[in-house]
Design a protein around this ligand. Structure first.
Ligand SMILES: C[S@@+](CC[C@H](N)C(=O)[O-])C[C@H]1O[C@@H](n2cnc3c(N)ncnc32)[C@H](O)[C@@H]1O
Length: 262
């Protein structure tokens, strides 16, 4: 079984600056008139959702995430939009839902699905794309980015070196990484197989230097590793990975971009 990880919504909100930088570039690719209904698939703490809301001042945003902690953080951050149930005529209607994208079923179809830094946490891309396709109106658009083939290869290599040390080896004996870092062509084929009538996918190198590397790595990138360890080994593990990485810490992101039409 792949490692199951949890998220700390408040900590993610604090350290996810590099994710927001990446996401804003993706958001710039979404063509919107301002009155559409858009789903933010895997909204996390709502940092990026807030920027999405600005793009649809007369529209509607449905933000969904599986993690209770992320949903609570997103509801806190987006409180001013949620205050009256998102029903005000003068601003974007906003809903934050808790749910699994693999079981996605919306009351009505949306004009666009936007998603950043989420799809690589979902193992079953066939089912994921089938659910996303079913959520879109015909002609609706999916614009997404997630970790892709080759993502954090160097970083994972350094983590593996530490895992293989005597102190950690036993704890990681049953560790199966949870990520699905898919390639561009495979993803395009999966999208077409799920019913999308047009799809374009490409990989992009996007190295990032987080301001607080320890917190960024332990909450986000190496979260599955850290959470797999007993409490007393977590900080020593991070110390040893950080020592191997040296300074500055560069996260060797490779992102998979997705544009598709339902
Ligand atoms: C790294 S965060 C990304 C948050 C935000 N989109 C961003 O760009 O900062 C990944 C999010 O995906 C969510 N997630 C992972 N698998 C999911 C699933 N199957 N259904 C819904 N949310 C999921 C996690 O709970 C987490 O909040």
């Amino acid at each position: 079984m792949p490692a199951v990880r949890t998220w700390d919504g408040r900590e993610y909100d604090r350290v996810s600056g590099p994710m927001e930088e990446l996401a804003l570039e993706v958001l710039a690719r979404v063509e919107l008139g301002g009155d559409e209904t858009v789903l933010d698939a895997g909204c996390g703490s709502g940092r990026v959702t807030e920027a999405l809301i600005e793009r649809v001042p007369r529209g509607r945003v449905i933000a969904i995430d599986m993690s209770d902690s992320m949903v609570a953080a997103a509801r806190g951050r987006l409180e001013r939009f949620l205050a009256d149930g998102g029903a005000s005529a003068n601003r974007t209607s906003v809903e934050v839902l808790q749910g699994d994208l693999l079981e996605l079923e919306l009351r009505e179809r949306v004009d666009a699905v936007f998603s950043t830094a989420t799809f690589h946490w979902v193992r079953d891309h066939e089912r994921l794309f089938e659910r996303v396709h079913a959520a879109l109106r015909p002609g609706g658009r999916l614009v997404a980015q997630c970790g892709g083939e080759g993502n954090i290869t160097k970083l994972r290599g350094r983590a593996r070196e530490v895992i293989e040390r005597d102190r950690y080896r036993e704890a990681f004996a049953d560790f199966e990484p949870p990520w699905n870092y898919a390639g561009a062509e495979t993803t395009r084929e999966r999208l077409l197989g799920a019913g999308f009538r047009w799809a374009e996918c490409w990989l992009e190198q996007a190295p990032k230097e987080p301001a607080d590397p320890r917190a960024f790595l332990s909450e986000i990138v190496l979260g599955p590793h850290v959470q797999h360890l007993p409490l007393e080994l977590r900080e020593p593990f991070m110390d040893e990975v950080l020592e191997l990485l040296g300074e500055p810490v560069v996260v060797d992101y490779v992102r998979l971009n997705i544009d598709a039409v339902a």
